[in-house]
Design a protein around this ligand. Structure first.
Ligand code: IPM
Ligand code: MG
Length: 357
């Protein structure tokens, strides 16, 4: 019996999470998974209903659950709010409150979607890389921060900070994941300019001595961005800081044809996790039944794999996605001429049918 907190959030969050819930219900009926779902509030909708983008109740419920499934947060409606009340603060807050420091962002190209990538097929076909992003430290959370008046003008400050222990623990995550994959870790930093990156590099070297079966390399972040579009298949696991990981994971996502395909996991030291698609709330297409629910459905697969230890069911979901793509069904974002374009709801139903067939 697992208890899952469902946090749909804003924009397309509700409609894509609904499809993932269909998948969970199907697993409950057909595989006696006995997952119980509780709903909670986060983001703009949480602000509207409670005055806070991360109500205490949400954190309290999260701590009583085995896992969390999140849709997306944010939208223009809330951009005018004071910074601490904005939806994104809810997301950053839950990551930090639950110490979900290890963010896994796989970029896998489904061969059926090779033509949807903006890169040539031979560059991306077979792509399977994992970005391991530090999620609760670095410049996102470093102090001092703020906007103040200095010398008679406005002055903005953020601080890129890491304790060695914070670097070491994300390093261990990356090496342990690499052990189960291609046994290569590439650490991304800016050690030619930033002291915090110099320390990052040193600690990655230290951590690597515990993993003699894994090869460690280092790359500067600007070069990493270039290499990701030049020859992405050279990478197995990339490990990096919060901000660099944010940027590089969007870039890696697009190699696969659509950001609408990629799930993510954010784990604490006990593999308690929050699972979410890496795309945002896409307010411009919300409520139109055109959003791609596959990243959210694949997030359920990651949940089964990393937190609930149900590897077979995780594989089964991945297979169902593959089968539906094989049949030519696509949401708009991943379609090319000749595809059978379906809406959000229908895509969810197709995955459930494939799971149950
Ligand atoms: C992500 C998002 C978030 C981040 C935003 C919404 C705060 O871009 O999960 O990548 O920057 O971490
Ligand atoms: Mg991002």
């Amino acid at each position: 019996m697992s208890k899952i907190l469902i946090l749909p959030g804003d924009g397309i969050g509700t409609e894509i999470v609904d499809q993932a819930v269909k998948v969970i219900n199907s697993l409950n009926s057909n595989h006696e998974m006995g997952m119980t779902l509780v709903n909670g509030l986060i983001g703009g909708i949480a602000y509207d209903e409670t005055g806070s983008p991360l109500p205490d109740e949400t954190i309290k419920t999260a701590k009583s659950c085995d896992s969390i499934l999140l849709g997306a947060v944010g939208g223009p409606k809330w951009e005018v709010l004071e910074r601490d009340l904005r939806p994104e603060r809810g997301l950053l807050g839950i990551r930090s409150e639950l110490d979900l420091f290890s963010n896994l962002r796989p970029a896998i190209l489904y061969p059926q979607l090779a033509s949807a990538s903006s890169l040539k097929t031979e560059i991306v076909s077979g792509l399977d890389l994992m970005i391991v992003r530090e999620l609760v430290g670095g410049i996102y959370f470093g102090k001092p921060r703020g906007i103040e008046i200095r010398d008679g003008e406005r002055f903005g400050i953020n601080s890129a900070t890491y304790y060695e222990s914070e670097i070491a623990r994300i390093g261990h995550s990356a090496f342990q994941i690499a052990q189960k994959r291609g046994k290569r870790v590439c650490s991304v930093d800016k050690a030619n300019v930033l002291e915090v990156s110099e320390l990052w590099r040193e600690v990655m070297e230290e951590v690597s001595s515990s993993y003699p079966d894994v090869t460690l390399s280092h790359i500067y972040v600007d070069n990493a961005a270039m290499q990701l579009v030049r020859d992405p298949k050279q990478f197995d696991v990339m490990v990096t800081s919060n901000l660099f990981g944010d940027v590089l994971s969007d870039c890696a996502a697009m190699l696969t044809g659509s950001i609408g395909m990629l799930p993510s996991a954010s784990l604490d030291k006990n593999n308690f996790g929050m699972y979410e698609p890496i795309h945002g709330s896409a307010p411009d297409i919300a409520g139109k039944d055109i959003a791609n629910p596959l990243a959210t459905i694949l997030s359920v697969s990651m949940m089964l794999r990393y937190s609930l230890n149900q590897l077979e069911l995780a594989d089964k979901i991945n297979l169902a996605v593959s089968e539906v793509l094989d049949k030519g069904y696509r949401t708009k974002d991943i379609s090319v001429a000749g595809d059978k374009v379906v809406g959000t709801e229908e895509m969810g139903d197709l995955i459930v049918m494939a799971l149950e067939s």
